[in-house]
Ligand binder design. Structure first.
Ligand code: UDX
Length: 456
C-alpha cells in the first residue's frame, strides 16, 4: 500500500473514555504509518499522556465537565454535556488548525462527539465517524433520525416503542437470536431525555458523515453489516480489530500491573478465570462480597481487576470479606489494572468474566477465550446477546449470587456442558486469524478509507 505525503493532515476528535481512547489511538497510529500527519483534539478530562505518542500533536479543549456529570445515573448525561460544552471550542480549534495548515484532509470523530459533524460541514471539511462499538448496535439508530421534537417527547413517555418496533421489523434469524424482547425491557429503562437526544444525534451523524469506520470484522457481523449498509448512505469501512493492526499503542489511563503476568506463568493451561468489568462499570459492596465468595468456591484460579473506586463507597478492596484471602491463598490475584490483551493471550487463561464492552469482546474473540457475561449498561446488553445467542461462545451470569457465580464459572470452564462453548470460541479465534491473514480484506478496507480521506 502506498504511503501518503506527510502534508496530508488528519484531525482526530477523541472522547476520553478508556474504551474510546484506545481504538482512536490505534486508528491514529495506523493512519500515521500510512504517511498522514495526525492532530488529536480531545476534551480536558482524562487527558491522554502526549509523551506516549510524540508522533502526534495533541490539543486539549475545555469541556466544563464536573464530577457531578459522571455520578449521574444517566450514562448519556456526560455525553450530552460534552457535546454542548465542546462544540464552540472545537470549532475554534479546527479554524485555528485550518488557518495555520491551510488544509485538513479529514476530521475523524468518535460517535460520542457527534457535534463535530455539523462543525466540519460548516467549515467545508470531510467528516468521518468512528463507531467504536459493534455494527449491530448501529441498527438501533436509524428510526431515531426520522423523529421530530414532538415524537421524541412521546417516545420518552412510552418507553421507546417506535424505536424498538423498527428493530422488530428487521426479520432475520441472527437478529432474532438477540432476544429483542428482553432488550426492549432493558432499553426502555434508559429512556431519559438525554439518552433519547443522544440516540437521535448518533443516528443523524451516522446518516450525514462521509464514511463510517467500524472496529469489527465482516464475518463476525455479516448479517448486521448488510442491514446497516441498507440504512446508512455513507460507505461502511470495517477495519477491525484495530488492536491487531496497532498492537503496540500505549493507551491505558491507569498503570498496568505486570505482576499478574508472573502469577499467570505459574498457573496450569486454561485454568484461570480472568475477571474485569472495564473502565466505567461500578459494583456495590455486597456484589464485591458475592463475587469474592463465588470465585473462592469455584476452585478455579482467578485474576481479578478491581479498579480503585470501582466499589461504591470504597477506595479499593477493603470491603472484601474476612477469611476470603485465607480461603484462596495463592489461587487468586487481584490487581487495579491489568495488561488485558497480554492476559487474554496467555496460555493459562481459560475464561473471561466480562462486562461485555466492545473492546473486551473483540479482544477475547481474537484470543479464543470463552466469556461469562455480566452487562451493566448500553451496548453491553447487545454484546452479551451476540456472545451468548449468536456466536454461542459464552454464558450470562444471571444474578450476582455466590452459588450462581460458582456454578456458572464451572459450567463455562470445567463441565461437559461448556465443551461446545469452548470449542466455538477457538473456532472463532481461528476464523479471526484467517480473516487477518487473508489477502485483501483488511488492506482493502484501509485503502478505501485512505481514498475517502484523499477524495476532497
Ligand atoms: C466503554 C463502554 O463501557 C462499552 O460498553 C463500550 O463498548 C466502549 O466504551 P469500557 O467499559 O472501558 O468501554 O469497556 P471496553 O470497551 O471493554 O474497553 C476497555 C479497554 O480497557 C479494553 O481495551 C481493555 O483491554 C482495557 N483494559 C481493561 C485494560 O487494559 N486493563 C484492564 O485491567 C481492564
Amino acid at each position: 500500500m502506498e504511503k501518503q505525503q506527510k502534508s496530508s493532515h488528519v484531525v482526530l476528535v477523541m472522547v476520553n473514555f478508556q474504551g474510546h481512547i484506545t481504538p482512536m489511538l490505534q486508528l491514529a497510529s495506523i493512519l500515521h504509518s500510512k504517511g498522514f500527519s495526525i492532530t488529536i483534539v480531545h476534551p480536558e478530562f482524562n487527558s491522554p499522556n502526549p509523551s506516549n505518542h510524540p508522533e502526534f500533536t495533541f490539543i486539549s479543549i475545555p469541556d466544563k465537565l464536573t464530577e457531578s456529570h459522571f455520578s449521574d445515573k444517566d450514562a448519556a448525561s456526560p455525553v450530552w454535556s460534552l457535546n454542548k460544552n465542546c462544540a464552540a471550542p472545537l470549532q475554534q480549534c479546527l479554524e485555528k488548525i485550518l488557518h495555520s495548515l491551510h488544509h485538513i484532509a479529514a476530521v475523524i470523530y468518535d460517535t460520542l462527539m457527534y457535534s463535530a459533524q455539523t462543525i466540519t460541514e460548516d467549515l467545508g471539511l470531510l467528516g468521518i465517524v468512528l463507531r467504536t462499538g459493534s455494527a449491530t448496535t448501529m441498527l438501533f439508530y436509524p428510526a431515531f433520525s426520522q423523529l421530530d421534537e414532538e415524537r421524541i417527547g412521546i417516545i420518552i413517555g412510552i418507553a421507546n416503542t417506535c424505536f424498538l418496533d423498527f428493530v422488530y421489523e428487521i426479520k432475520s434469524p441472527e437478529l432474532e437470536a438477540l432476544q429483542l424482547k428482553r432488550l426492549r425491557a432493558l432499553l426502555s429503562q434508559n429512556a431519559t431525555k438525554a439518552m433519547t437526544e443522544v440516540r437521535v444525534a448518533f443516528a443523524n451523524v451516522l446518516k450525514r458523515s462521509s464514511a463510517i469506520i467500524v472496529n469489527s470484522m465482516e464475518f463476525l457481523e455479516l448479517e448486521a453489516l448488510s442491514k446497516v449498509k441498507q440504512y446508512f448512505p455513507a460507505p461502511i469501512i470495517t477495519i477491525g480489530p484495530l488492536h491487531k493492526f496497532a498492537p503496540a499503542v500505549c493507551s491505558s489511563l491507569l498503570t498496568e500491573d505486570d505482576k499478574c503476568i508472573s502469577w499467570l506463568n505459574k498457573q496450569a493451561p486454561k485454568s484461570v478465570i480472568y475477571v474485569s468489568f472495564g473502565s466505567i462499570a461500578n459494583i456495590d459492596k455486597q456484589e464485591l462480597i458475592e463475587i469474592a465468595w463465588g470465585l473462592s468456591s469455584s476452585k478455579q484460579p482467578f485474576l481479578w481487576v478491581v479498579r480503585p473506586g470501582m466499589v461504591s463507597g470504597s477506595e479499593w478492596i477493603e470491603s472484601l470479606p474476612n477469611g476470603f484471602e485465607e480461603s484462596v491463598g495463592e489461587r487468586g490475584c487481584i490487581v487495579k489494572w491489568a495488561p488485558q490483551k497480554e492476559v487474554l493471550a496467555h496460555a493459562a487463561v481459560g475464561g473471561f468474566w466480562t462486562h461485555c464492552g466492545w473492546n473486551s469482546t473483540i479482544e477475547s474473540i481474537c484470543e479464543g477465550v470463552p466469556m461469562l457475561c455480566r452487562p451493566f449498561f448500553g451496548d453491553q446488553y447487545l454484546n452479551t446477546s451476540s456472545i451468548c445467542n449468536v456466536w454461542k461462545i459464552g454464558l450470562e451470569v444471571q444474578n450476582l449470587e455466590r452459588g450462581n457465580i460458582e456454578r456458572t464459572i464451572k459450567r463455562l470452564m470445567v463441565d461437559m456442558e461448556g465443551n461446545g462453548i469452548r470449542k466455538r470460541a477457538i473456532d472463532l479465534k481461528e476464523k479471526a486469524a484467517f480473516y487477518l491473514m487473508e489477502e485483501g480484506s483488511t488492506s482493502c478496507s484501509l485503502n478505501m478509507l485512505i481514498k475517502r480521506i484523499l477524495s476532497v
